[in-house]
Each structure stands twice: as structure tokens, then as C-alpha cells.
Ligand binder design. Structure first.
Ligand code: ADP
Ligand code: ADP
Length: 231
């Protein structure tokens, strides 16, 4: 697993809105760190910078000591899995084809791809024979989120970035997905940076919690038990 470090990170969008003023944060290797804060506190901006979808205005973000803005993008994308709220599965591809996207891009042979797809679907609690042949619209919202997680894990990334991964599903399914996700993390042990606006979710999932306020200001960073014990 890899450590993610943000040092003096600032993001100003064109037009002058300062999403993140100056952020120092270390996401420990192998941790499930939750970034929690109200809407507009810069959480998604942080994830997009780590994933190099956007560049910081100032400061350095590194993955295992390597500046992400100086790493090869393809190599970086192999190291990082990305899961977003509305998974964005390819609608005209089956579940199996969706999960196979990255392994195919990497040029794996057929046998290896299909073995990997089966393994991944199994890992997220779906059946390759049954669900693999379906199209995304034939699945429930919770099942689609699982496919999104399977797809993000396909190339065995070291880091998983998750932006409100459970927000689009109803509360009952959400609770079950959260439990399964914690079990999954025990198996795969990635460095996970997960964004949510839901404090309960943060406490339930995180082994470290970073609380952000307006302007990406880091208010607290601690294990949940310690945060809850503070006055
Ligand atoms: P969060 O994920 O915590 O809701 P965001 O990172 O999405 O916060 O947004 C932080 C701030 O940056 C908000 O004020 C938002 O309006 C602004 N912002 C986000 N994306 C853009 C953009 N592409 N252009 C301009 N401002 C943006
Ligand atoms: P789709 O590719 O079907 O549009 P995705 O959920 O895969 O939907 O992607 C949504 C956005 O996030 C796209 O702009 C895509 O390029 C980007 N994206 C998805 N996965 C990654 C990743 N691992 N690294 C970087 N960007 C990603």
C-alpha cells in the first residue's frame, strides 16, 4: 500500500474561487481515511487533484513520495482506482465487459481477463454467470455501485479514491454495502481516501477521519474514537 501526502496544497478555480486554501494531510498507507465536511468544503477537489484530473495551483501531492503531477499519467491511473457516486458504467456493455475494461487496455489475454472478472465480481458479492451477462440498467443501484468498485479494483491499484460511493443508494442497501465494503477492505488492504458529507458514515467506515470546513481547511485529523472523545 502507498501513502498519500498533500503539502501546502491550494486550488483556485478560474474565476478566483478558492476551493482549497492550504492543505497539509498525510493519508497513512493501508488506512481507510474519510474526508468529511459540508458541501463545498473542497472534498471532491482534493480527490480530483490526487487523481490528477485537475492540477493544484500550489503545493505538492505525492503518492509514495512521488509527485503525482510529475508521474506518468498511465502509470498513475494503474495505481489509482476511482469510484464516484453515479458510477458511470458503459450502458451498452455488459457488467463483465465493464469490469474488463482496464485489464483489456493493459493487453491481458482473454483467459486472464475472464478469470479476473470472475474473481472481482465474486469479491463484491456478484455472480459472474448471473450478473456478468446483464447490462447496467438491469441491475439495482446497489449492484451497480458494486460493479463500480469491481471495475476500480480491476488492475489491482494500490490506492482507491471514492467520492460519495454510497450516497446514491437507499439507506437500507447503504448499510449493507458499507458493511461489505469494510470486509472487502480487510481482504484487499488498499490505501483508501473516501469522501462523504455524512458524519455517521465517516465514523462507521473510517480508521482515520479528516474533517474539512469551507475553503478546504483541515479542522481535525484523528481516529474516530479520538474525535468522539473530544469535547
Ligand atoms: P465538496 O466536494 O466538498 O462539495 P468541491 O470540491 O466540489 O466541494 O467544491 C469546493 C468549492 O470549489 C465550491 O465552492 C465549488 O463551488 C468550487 N468549485 C468546484 N468545482 C469547480 C469548478 N470546476 N469551477 C469553479 N469552481 C468550482
Ligand atoms: P465513464 O468512463 O463511463 O464516463 P467513469 O465513472 O469511468 O465513467 O468516469 C467518470 C469520469 O472519471 C471520466 O471522466 C473518467 O475519465 C474519469 N475516471 C474514471 N476512472 C478513472 C481513473 N481510474 N482515473 C482517472 N480518471 C478516471
Amino acid at each position: 500500500a502507498a501513502e498519500i501526502e498533500l503539502a501546502g496544497v491550494r486550488k483556485e478555480y478560474p474565476g478566483g474561487s478558492v476551493a482549497v486554501a492550504s492543505l497539509d494531510l498525510v493519508v497513512p498507507a493501508g488506512s481507510l481515511t474519510v474526508l468529511v465536511g459540508p458541501s463545498g468544503s473542497g472534498k471532491s477537489t482534493v480527490l480530483r487533484m490526487v487523481n490528477r484530473l485537475i492540477a493544484p495551483t500550489a503545493g505538492v501531492i505525492s503518492l509514495d513520495g512521488q509527485d503525482v503531477t510529475k508521474s506518468d499519467v498511465v502509470a498513475l491511473r494503474r495505481k489509482i482506482g476511482y469510484v464516484i457516486q453515479h458510477v458511470g458504467l458503459f450502458p451498452h456493455q455488459t457488467v463483465a465487459q465493464n469490469v474488463a475494461t482496464v485489464p483489456k487496455l493493459l493487453g491481458w489475454d482473454r483467459k486472464r481477463v475472464s478469470a479476473r472478472v470472475e474473481e472481482l465480481l465474486d469479491l463484491v458479492g456478484l455472480d459472474a454467470g448471473l450478473h456478468g451477462k446483464r447490462y447496467p440498467h438491469q441491475l439495482s443501484g446497489g449492484q451497480r455501485q458494486r460493479v463500480g468498485v469491481a471495475r476500480a479494483l480491476a488492475a489491482d491499484p494500490v490506492v482507491l479514491l471514492m467520492d460519495e460511493p454510497f450516497s446514491a443508494v437507499d439507506p437500507i442497501v447503504r448499510g449493507r454495502l458499507q458493511q461489505e465494503f469494510l470486509r472487502l477492505q480487510e481482504t484487499v488492504r488498499k490505501t483508501i481516501l473516501l469522501v462523504t458529507h455524512d458524519v455517521d458514515e465517516a465514523v462507521r467506515l473510517g480508521d482515520h477521519i479528516a474533517v474539512l470546513s469551507e475553503g478546504g481547511k483541515l479542522e481535525q485529523f484523528a481516529p474516530p474514537a479520538e474525535l468522539l472523545a473530544r469535547p
